[in-house]
Design a protein around this ligand. Sequence first.
Ligand SMILES: [Zn+2]
Length: 148
Amino acid sequence: MKDPIRFAKEAASFSGEFSLAERERLRDELADDEGVVKGSVSYRVEGAMVGGRFALRVRFDANPTLICQRCLAPYVHPLHSEGVLFLARNEAELERWENIDPLLDAIVGQEPMDVLTLVEDEFLLSLPVVPRHEEDHCPRRDDVLGEH
Ligand SMILES: [Zn+2]
């Protein structure tokens, strides 16, 4: 994306899919003991005006395999995320916005931006800090051992 603000102005969109194993940063984060990474991300990035500001809507669905920190078994952890990244026209505008709302997700939108890096960032932020099966969904220990 060469010009994110123009992308937002034109309400352009961009979508696609990649496998988690393809992306180095994600591979490092997700590899199991044997270095295997499973799962993929499908994403859509749309330019928009949100509350009078230029913005990118970033949406994705992913199905990474994580290691449950309770039973240490791998499991598929579905992720769905919809976020808005605001695009300021310059540093001064960004500063103004941040003074009003320090938690606003915003950057200066003048520089070329790599869409996949953006999706990666959102993906990493949405990973659970402590991955776990849902309550009472851990396989019994005998079942886990039985798989080997
Ligand atoms: Zn578990």
